[in-house]
Design a protein around this ligand. Structure first.
Ligand code: NAP
Ligand code: MG
Length: 455
């Protein structure tokens, strides 16, 4: 008999054991991929209308289970209940959105001499989706929903520490009538399960969301068999506040743009750039706004920020705020168990400071002044990352100039939105490769086939 390896799932707000989940072995990954491969031709052949109907039923099942899914995420990831409800709703909406895709996966008829030329968007085969722990439900859905819609079969690996909602989504898909071999969820370790999905010759595409470091190794591994990849990686996004902005609103919203999900957000606006002439006034507005962020029990409806995911992650966040760091403000956290870290503002901070350059992935924000528009763009772009960013100004021309000038995939003007499932999402530079969401994501789950018919 083979010994079964179990992972203890911990509630980061209480440190209590929530569940125990079996770690998938390499042999079991291979078996899952073999099932997915065998199921692929039949799934790709399901008529577009029927595939759409199955996905709509799946979305309806997620909707009906929303409160349960949200409570699982509160217990597993320490997300606030308000956020977790949004996340379950986002997974539902993304499945619903791509349920419209099978019937709209149009090719083209291209005029040529001597015949007729048509193109098809053919599914790839088995798609491996590797998900991080920070937004387990949405990030899983952004991968599996368009993949399934385009006719691929999916093997999904959640982050080892946050498997519960992914397992539940797999179960809901099955209840909705999607064959179990078409969408499989296999929890386990990245170095074992994730690595095997990347290396497996029968996996035709990997969607990886996580750190830039592991993303690089996925890219290297994928090269061996030309496995297609989508990479959604880290960020160090700028929130650029011009002197002519609505400063009250810019300051009131800035904390939520970085401390939401306790800063464990790849789009966190963790560098605030403020025009020098209004820097002091902005700081005077920012500090009370940060002090107003309600940190505590994530099950409470009025809580705005919960704990970090783990003790190890808290240590890595704390290392960015050593003795003598320029702490302009530090919030408070609950006593007792839980991996808490207070909202922290670092200012004035040197631009060479690690805290200003590296992704912290925790509730720590850095503030620096800039001189003019060109200076703001230069500082914003002085980073290997390019995921998102915000621009606050009442000058429409400037808003567009700066939006065009900042090297990042997702920018918002007088707002902090990054992720809207109708629109493309992804990174410039070392923040990633390829785009998720929106109408174009399907092209990342298909290859174009050209057929010429001589007449
Ligand atoms: P991570 O360590 O890179 O892990 C991400 C996923 O990859 C996990 O499922 C992990 O499994 C797995 N993995 C680890 N080693 C692997 C390997 N050798 N081969 C294949 N898979 C492997 O990232 P994380 O610490 O979970 O998440 C934080 C990072 O994700 C941050 O850098 C953040 O910016 C980024 N992120 C980016 C986006 C985006 O859309 N751009 C969104 C969210 C997060 P285990 O959990 O078992 O280690
Ligand atoms: Mg990790």
């Amino acid at each position: 008999m083979v010994a079964v390896s179990l992972h203890e799932v911990i509630n980061p707000a209480t440190e209590a054991v929530v569940d125990r989940v079996v770690r998938t072995s390499v042999a079991e990954v291979d078996a899952a991929v073999a099932r997915a491969r065998a199921a692929f031709p039949a799934w790709a052949a399901v008529s577009p209308g029927d595939r759409a109907r199955l996905l709509r039923r799946f979305a309806a099942a997620v909707d009906a289970d929303g409160e349960h899914l949200a409570s699982l995420e509160v217990a597993n990831a320490g997300h606030t209940i308000t956020n977790a409800r949004w996340e379950a709703g986002n997974a539902r909406d993304v499945i619903d959105y791509y349920a419209g895709a099978p019937e709209r996966l149009f090719g083209r008829q291209i005029p040529v001499a001597g015949g007729v030329n048509i193109t098809f968007h053919e599914p790839l085969g088995v798609v491996g989706v590797i998900v991080p722990w920070n937004f387990p439900m949405p990030i899983a859905a952004w991968g599996f929903a368009p993949a399934l819609a385009a006719g691929n079969t999916v093997v999904l690996k959640p982050a080892e520490v946050t498997p519960l909602t992914a397992l539940r989504l797999g179960h809901l898909a099955m209840e909705a009538g999607i064959p179990p071999e078409v969408f499989q969820v296999i929890p386990g370790q990245g170095s074992v399960v994730g690595q095997r999905l990347v290396d497996h010759p029968d996996v035709r595409k990997i969607v990886f969301t996580g750190s830039t470091e592991v993303g690089r190794s996925v890219m290297v591994g994928a090269a061996a068999t030309m496995t297609r990849i989508t990479l959604e990686l880290g960020g160090k996004s700028a929130n650029i506040v011009f002197a002519d902005a609505d400063l009250e609103r810019a300051a009131a919203t800035a904390p939520y743009a970085v401390f939401d999900n306790a800063g464990q957000d790849c789009c966190a606006r963790s560098r605030i750039l403020v025009e020098r002439s209004v820097h002091d006034r902005f700081m005077a507005l920012l500090i009370p706004a940060v002090a107003g962020v309600r940190v505590g029990d994530p099950t409470r409806e009025d809580t705005e920020m919960g704990p970090l995911i783990s003790a190890a992650h808290r240590e890595s966040v704390a290392a960015y705020v050593p003795e003598g760091a320029p702490v302009a403000f530090r919030g408070t956290v609950p006593d007792g168990p839980g991996f808490w870290y207070p909202p922290t503002v670092l200012a004035p901070v040197e631009m060479s400071d690690r805290a200003f350059r590296e992704e912290i992935f925790g509730p720590v924000v850095t503030v620096v002044p800039f001189d003019d528009e060109a200076d703001a763009i230069r500082i914003a772009n002085d980073s290997p990352y390019g995921l998102s960013g915000s621009i606050w100004t009442e000058n429409g021309g400037r808003a567009l100039r700066v939006a065009r000038g900042v090297e990042a995939g997702n920018l918002s003007v007088n707002s902090h939105s990054s992720v809207r499932y109708w629109t493309p999402f992804g990174g410039f530079k070392q923040s990633g490769l390829g785009r998720e969401l929106g109408p174009d994501a399907l092209s990342c789950f298909t290859d174009v086939k050209n057929v010429f018919i001589s007449t």
